[in-house]
Each structure stands twice: as structure tokens, then as C-alpha cells.
Design a protein. Structure first.
Length: 274
């Protein structure tokens, strides 16, 4: 074999080895992954507790009203899309839209329903399930009274932390409509809570109360839960319940308005102890 021929063969071998190395490197290189930007719903502890006498049903009741709020502290918005085929269907099927970091969207079907609710304080489309309330005995944590909440009109009502802006938090509210107020004929609707924004309900508004009538005096836990059946996809469910420990007394007997006193506040906990 001549020296020139040997040099040529060596060059061919070097080129082949280089091509193989490049091919292996390309094959080993991981493909770019898409990350889902999931919401993270954080329920605030019960606040603004107030007791009032109610006779609207023809019977005397003593109701405990309260304020509730849920914040979105996640990486992406809570985005709900409702739709129905025609007005003969009383409810819309609610789907959750998940946004990814590359702008694509995916669907989580059937996370609840949207129903048009008529209430003295408002009339619009409510998502259910979303937030629930319950009163439990401190000892044994047995259920004493469930709520009658008919759902939530989701929206960007306030900034959760004016001093700290989260990544992806819009400067102005994105979901600032009133959930189809007065429009019973809607076939589709979109509701949600943006990153860094929260949604709240005042006491007495459409189920924002629990019935204390006939309950024994003692210590109770008022629990607020968001997404309790976990049908909505979130990055964490650890902050989906908060509570308050209260004392209930009847200083003038069960025929008069009771007294409620807050003993402790327990963020991110369903069970609350002094």
C-alpha cells in the first residue's frame, strides 16, 4: 500500500468517525420540554364574622355570615370555559384550560358545571363546585352544619399582594366581567382568576352564611375549602383549606341572638385549635 493511499483511507475513517459522533450527540440531546403553567388556589381564613336574625322563611333563624376569598398564587391562570348546545340545557359543562410556557393550551374536560343563579344580590353564571364552607365541632371534628353555597362567579377582584408582583401576573384584571350578568341565553362563557389576583365574596351574598339555630353552646371550627374534590388541576393542594376556631354561646337563651367569638385563625389548615 502506497503512502498516499494510506493517508486517503485514514482521512475517510476520520470523517466517518466524526459523522458518527455528531449523530450520537444529536440523538442524545433531549428535546425541549413544554411546562404547564398551573394555577395554585390559596383559600383565605374566614373573616368578617357576624350573626343576624333571619325570618324570611317564616321561621326564626340565627345565621352566621362571613367573608371568603381565594387567591391564585400559581404559575398560570385558572381558566374555565363553559358551553352548552342550546338554551334548553339549564347548565353548561365547565372545562379547565391549562396554559403552557410555549403558549399552547390543553383541556381538562368536565371539571364542573356553570348554572345561571338568580339571587337578590346578583344574577349571573356560577361555577360549581368551587368553594365550600362547613361548621364542625372542635371535639371529634364532626360536621355540625354544611353550607348552601350555589357556586362562584370567578373573576379578578383584587391584587393578592400589592408589594410583590408574581411572575406572569397581569397589571390589569383579565377576568373583569360579571359572569354574564342578566344574560340567561348565553351558550358559552369564560371565567377565571389570573396569577396574582384573587376573588372574594362578602357576608350574606348567596350562601355566605351558616345556620346556627339550635346548635349547642361550645367550640366550633368554621372551615373554608376551595376545590375540595380536586377536580381542578393545580400545582399544589396544600393550601386549599383554612379555618377559624370560634366559641358559640347563648347568653339570653336560644330564642335570642347568640354570641360568636373568634378564638384562633388557622391559615392552610382545616382543623384549628387554640
Amino acid at each position: 500500500m502506497t503512502r498516499r493511499r494510506a493517508v486517503g483511507i485514514l482521512a475517510v475513517l476520520l470523517v466517518a468517525a466524526t459523522c458518527i459522533s455528531v449523530s450520537v450527540a444529536l440523538a442524545a440531546r433531549p428535546e425541549a420540554r413544554t411546562s404547564e403553567l398551573l394555577p395554585d388556589l390559596e383559600i383565605a381564613p374566614p373573616s368578617g364574622l357576624v350573626v343576624r336574625k333571619d325570618v324570611t322563611t317564616g321561621k326564626t333563624r340565627f345565621l352566621l355570615g362571613f367573608e371568603s376569598a381565594a387567591n391564585n398564587v400559581g404559575a398560570g391562570p385558572l381558566k374555565i370555559r363553559g358551553a352548552r348546545e342550546g338554551v334548553e340545557q339549564a347548565e353548561m359543562r365547565a372545562d379547565q384550560i391549562i396554559v403552557s410556557d410555549n403558549g399552547t393550551q390543553s383541556l381538562v374536560p368536565g371539571v364542573g358545571t356553570l348554572r345561571y343563579v338568580v339571587d337578590p344580590t346578583h344574577q349571573h353564571w356560577h361555577l360549581t363546585p368551587f368553594m365550600r364552607y362547613e361548621l364542625r365541632h372542635e371535639r371529634g371534628f364532626r360536621l355540625a352544619e354544611p353550607d348552601t353555597k350555589s357556586g362562584f362567579c370567578l373573576g379578578d377582584r383584587y391584587v393578592t399582594d400589592p408589594e410583590k408582583r408574581l411572575r406572569g401576573e397581569p397589571v390589569v384584571p383579565v377576568y373583569n366581567t360579571n359572569c354574564g350578568l342578566g344574560d340567561t341565553g348565553l351558550l358559552a362563557i369564560e371565567e377565571g382568576i389570573s396569577v396574582g389576583w384573587g376573588d372574594n365574596y362578602e357576608a350574606w351574598r348567596d350562601g355566605q352564611y351558616l345556620d346556627l339555630t339550635g346548635l349547642r353552646a361550645g367550640s366550633y371550627v368554621l372551615v373554608h375549602r376551595v376545590n375540595s374534590p380536586r377536580v381542578l388541576r393545580e400545582s399544589s393542594y396544600a393550601n386549599n383549606a383554612s379555618s377559624a376556631l370560634i366559641s358559640l354561646t347563648w347568653p339570653r337563651g336560644h330564642a335570642a341572638k347568640p354570641r360568636v367569638r373568634v378564638l384562633a385563625i388557622c391559615p392552610h389548615k382545616a382543623r384549628c385549635r387554640a
